[in-house]
Write a protein that binds this ligand. Structure first.
Ligand code: TGC
Ligand code: FAD
Length: 386
């Protein structure tokens, strides 16, 4: 039984199926054969950045005139799903590029910024990162301490960001900082600017094939043309997060599907007590519950995609899908690991890698509990974080 139990493919357009199949094929050929080795040695397969660009996996929903794919949000979701079947770390790299770097430049940037950066980000000539989280402000970004002060014709940036996907190898960073009035502003910081460094964070047991670092700003001079002019306030980065969280809601299903397929195949091959372990009722319960949760998650993501295409998806709806789909993916990874017994802990199978990756996915882009509280605030009208 494959993972399209409710024939979701019948609900997709020809173009969407084409995008899904070509991405799946690309991941199968270019990511699957190498990803375990890169994860084991905690190394980022940087050569894939330009390959992702060639495949059109960056900025699928950005208009074609800026180098994007001009696609709808269900296609974007399907791309995230297929990439995360390969590895959540590579989906992170791609979702940061598309939703957290290209999206804000397209949405809040000047025409000159769009023309300068978007085509290079689309091809993978440039890799970007997104700096919101700080050492003292993770779930509560409104407390950020990074400052942007006007001095004559330019601005001066000071502060530090923490846990930034892609940062040590990024060509540009979209960074959020407070101005003299305490309003949050978006800034494009370019590699090589004096006083800007991006040291790597080591010793991760999760997302080992993704590169993570800090961003440190020591009196970095920012020219006026690098300030995102069209929106300020915390709402600007939050709008980017809506997009990235939407992609994660789809992506996590990919990791869950890969774990389920691996466990199902293994259960039909592994013989114990003279029969395949898939013949035991307890294994069948695990597999049945996995497929049920994957199917529910697919339907949630698809409906959310329809709402997003119509411009109607709300932050709380996105929180529900991100929270649910990452949680079920993590539970499925744990159950799948058990079906493989001792083999489940080895790098011969992808399950343990997915499980460890999902421990980050359940924390970043808003923790599991923060999404619950966003929903709680929507239901009651009373935000609990105030
Ligand atoms: P709150 O008072 O609710 O809002 C402050 C301002 O923001 C506006 N706003 C939104 N605007 C547009 N879209 C949204 N979704 C918005 N949500 C809020 C709001 O109108 C207001 O605007 P203004 O103009 O008056 O300033 O904010 P709060 O401080 O109470 O925060 C609420 C809370 C806790 C939900 C929020 O801070 C939150 O979501 N925290 C989680 C932080 C987070 O998700 N960080 C993610 C960092 S990026 C990342 O993890 C990348 S991982 C990359 C990868 O590898 O995939
Ligand atoms: P904290 O905010 O300190 O939370 C710790 C615990 O307290 C959590 O369980 C949380 O749910 C709980 N908690 C906090 N507030 C409340 C509350 N009001 N009520 C109940 N419980 C609460 N950030 C970026 O800006 N850009 C990136 O590219 C990026 N990439 C990342 C990559 C990785 C691998 C990781 C691990 C993180 C990344 N992040 C990034 C940061 C990520 O978004 C934060 O880790 C996340 O928002 C949580 O912040 P924190 O780690 O500081 O935890």
């Amino acid at each position: 039984m494959n993972t399209d139990f409710y024939a979701i493919e019948d609900l997709l357009s020809e173009d969407q199926v084409l995008v899904q199949n070509s991405t799946a094929d690309f991941i199968q050929k270019n990511v699957k054969p190498i990803i375990e080795e890169y994860a084991q040695k905690a190394s980022f397969p940087q050569h894939l950045v330009s390959r992702f660009g060639e495949m059109g996996l960056f900025g699928p929903a950005i208009p074609v005139e800026y180098g994007g794919g001009g696609m709808d949000y269900i296609s974007y979701g399907l791309i995230m799903q297929e990439v995360e079947k390969g590895d959540s770390g590579l989906r992170s790299m791609a979702s940061v590029q598309s939703s957290l770097v290209m999206f804000p430049i397209h949405e809040f940037g000047s025409e000159a910024q769009k023309k300068k950066f978007l085509p290079k980000l689309a091809t993978g000539e440039y890799l970007g990162c997104f700096g919101l989280t700080e050492p003292n402000h993770g779930s509560n970004p409104s407390g950020m301490e990074t400052t942007l002060k006007k001095e004559g014709k330019h601005y001066v940036l000071n502060g530090a960001k923490m846990w930034i996907t892609n940062s040590p190898v990024a060509d540009i960073a979209v960074v959020w900082a407070k101005n003299e009035e305490g309003r949050v502003k978006g800034v494009i910081v370019e590699k090589g600017m004096k006083g800007f460094t991006a040291p790597e964070i080591h010793n991760k047991w999760s997302l080992r094939a993704s590169i993570t670092g800090e961003l440190v700003f020591d009196n970095v001079i920012i020219p006026e043309e690098n300030i995102l002019p069209l929106k300020d306030g915390l709402g600007a980065p939050m709008k980017c997060l809506d997009n990235a969280r939407y992609g994660i809601a789809w992506g996590a299903i990919g990791a869950a599907m890969d774990c389920y397929e691996t466990a199902k195949d293994y259960s039909l091959e592994r013989i114990q007590f003279d029969q395949p372990i898939g013949g035991f009722q307890l294994t069948q319960k695990k597999l049945s519950e996995m497929l049920t949760e994957i199917t529910k998650a697919q339907l949630l993501a698809l409906r959310l995609g329809q709402l997003k295409n119509a411009g109607k998806a709300t932050t709380a709806q996105i929180s529900m899908a991100k929270r649910n789909n990452v949680e079920i993916a993590l539970k499925i990874a744990r159950e799948a690991r058990q079906i493989l017994g001792g083999m489940g802990i080895t790098g011969d199978y992808p399950i343990m890698r997915h499980m460890m990756n999902l421990e980050s996915v359940i924390t970043y882009e808003g923790t599991h509990d923060i999404h619950l509280l966003i929903l709680g605030a929507e239901i009651t009208g009373i935000p609990s974080f105030k």
